[in-house]
Design a protein around this ligand. Structure first.
Ligand code: TRP
Length: 464
């Protein structure tokens, strides 16, 4: 396998295209749907601060590592490890990634389907003249249905597969470029409306004033897992995308820009939602329905509310789409390069199989709602296993790989594009990859999982 770029592989056409695609992958349901509700569940400010700490100390270094591995290996997540570490076991990291991609895409498609449905509800005027309680019922009765949410989920998976089929430039890059900036604008408008609602101050306080008394190791694990989830790390998405980036790109800078964009959008989403949660007396720990139950109240109180609500749910679906294609792409690139399948067959296979698991995920909100694993239904199980086990584990292996195996010299060579750029952060980067990230992930993973078990089994395992 040649090292220096293979003419048959897709690639990104411009610097902006790279950032748009990587940011398109990072910014998604994780930022707008998940971040606000888990922040609510784990007490607000304390969670936010721990999350930001993980983003800087662990997320950014691992993002740089993934892009570096991919661009050097010029292969899918599994194949890149084969190129960089021939005849070693490191390639298993890539396999974990493919499994994680399956877990994530299954429930991701379900939530994206909800968001498509809400776009249509907004369009036909169903999201107006309701009380906050009515919005709650509207949401819960919808997701429990056996057929409608499944149809939306399947539609979303079809769209995802078609775009992946179109390939890197025509599909992934083109769509990311236009729609990301529009999303930011609408979020800013929402924040302005939300923080000027009567009673909104309490929401901002909840979000920015840390109360560590409600915070525990489960929260720390979720913050870590979400840092990985939100930045699209730990399963080879950015290895795969890195393999499409040309040698002149300044990877450190790209990673920093993507991290900043992702974090700012998550903060904007939380600032749009939390004040409204308090203004309309909704529980901040309401779970996966929080966005869907909260924001319609805000739209209702805005001039042009219907227009904004349509736009918002369409853009949320689009943000989900630019992320879901990056998840499916991990599986497809793996199938194509490792099993020599043609791209069409690989996409069809990956799309159909993830959609099937997704159907069960959707049904687990209603007729199949029973505990699949430590008291969680299938939907929550896949989310938990992916974000809180597989991604941190993948991140741990990637940090160890670059920190201890691949080493500073070759990393520096790649990050400077053979001497073209200055990389002043190399020592802090290596320090994080060798020590901070592996240790922190290891400790948080063990304690977090034990605490989850404690809660489930109602026994004391840990000394506190
Ligand atoms: N980061 C995306 C979001 O926040 C989801 C996502 C895309 C992802 N690719 C990933 C999560 C890879 C983990 C790993 O919605």
């Amino acid at each position: 396998m040649s090292h220096s770029g293979d003419q048959n592989r897709g690639s990104f056409s411009s610097k902006f295209g790279v950032i748009a695609a990587a940011a398109g992958s990072a910014v998604g349901l994780g930022n707008i749907w998940k971040f606000p509700y888990i922040t609510g569940e784990f007490g607000g400010g304390a969670f936010l601060f721990v999350y930001l700490g993980f983003i800087i100390a662990i997320g950014l270094p691992i993002m740089i590592s993934e892009l570096m591995i991919g661009r050097r290996g010029r292969q899918n997540a599994f194949g890149s490890f084969k190129v960089l570490a021939p005849n070693s076991k490191w390639r298993v990291t890539g396999l974990f990634g493919v499994v994680a991609a399956y877990l994530i895409l299954s429930f991701y498609g379900v939530v994206a389907g909800w968001s498509l449905h809400y776009a249509v509800e907004a369009l036909v005027g169903n999201l107006s003249d309701r009380t906050p309680q009515e919005f709650e019922v509207l949401f819960t009765s919808f997701i429990e249905k056996p057929v409608l949410p499944v149809l939306w989920q399947l539609l979303f998976m079809v769209i995802t597969s078609v775009i992946v089929l179109l390939g890197v430039q025509k599909g992934i890059e083109k769509y990311s470029k236009i729609l990301m900036p529009v999303l930011v604008i609408i979020l800013v408008v929402l924040v302005v409306r939300s923080i000027t609602l009567p009673g909104a101050g309490k929401g901002l306080e909840f979000l920015f004033k840390p109360d560590f008394s409600k915070f525990n190791m489960e929260g720390v694990l979720s913050a870590l897992g979400h840092a990985f989830f939100s930045l699209s790390l730990g399963m080879g998405t950015l290895i795969t995308y890195g393999s499409y980036i040309n040698k002149k790109n300044n990877l450190g800078k790209t990673a920093l820009q993507v991290t900043l964009a992702d974090t700012i959008i998550a903060l904007l989403a939380a600032m749009a939602i939390m004040p409204a949660v308090f203004a309309f007396d909704i529980a901040p720990g309401s779970g996966p329905g929080l966005v869907f139950m909260t924001l319609p109240n805000v739209f209702q109180q805005m001039p042009g509310g219907q227009f904004f609500s349509i736009l918002f749910f369409v853009l949320l679906s689009v943000a989900a789409l630019t992320s879901s294609i990056s998840i499916l792409e991990v599986i497809v690139a793996f199938f194509v390069e490792e099993f020599k399948l043609n791209r069409k067959v690989a996409t069809l296979l990956a799309g159909i199989t993830t959609a099937i698991v997704g159907v069960f995920c959707s049904l687990s909100m209603g007729i199949l709602n029973f505990p699949a694993f430590i008291g969680k239904n299938l939907f929550d199980t896949l989310d938990f296993l992916a974000s809180n086990v597989f991604l941190p584990l993948g991140g741990l292996l990637i940090a160890l790989f670059v920190g201890w195996y691949y080493g500073k010299k070759k990393t520096l060579q790649e990050l400077t594009s053979e001497g073209k750029y200055k990389v002043k952060f190399i020592n802090s980067l290596m320090w994080s990859l060798k020590y901070i990230a592996p240790l922190a992930i290891f400790v948080v993973l063990i304690y977090g999982i034990l605490e989850n078990l404690e809660t489930y089994l109602k026994v004391e395992i840990l000394p506190w």
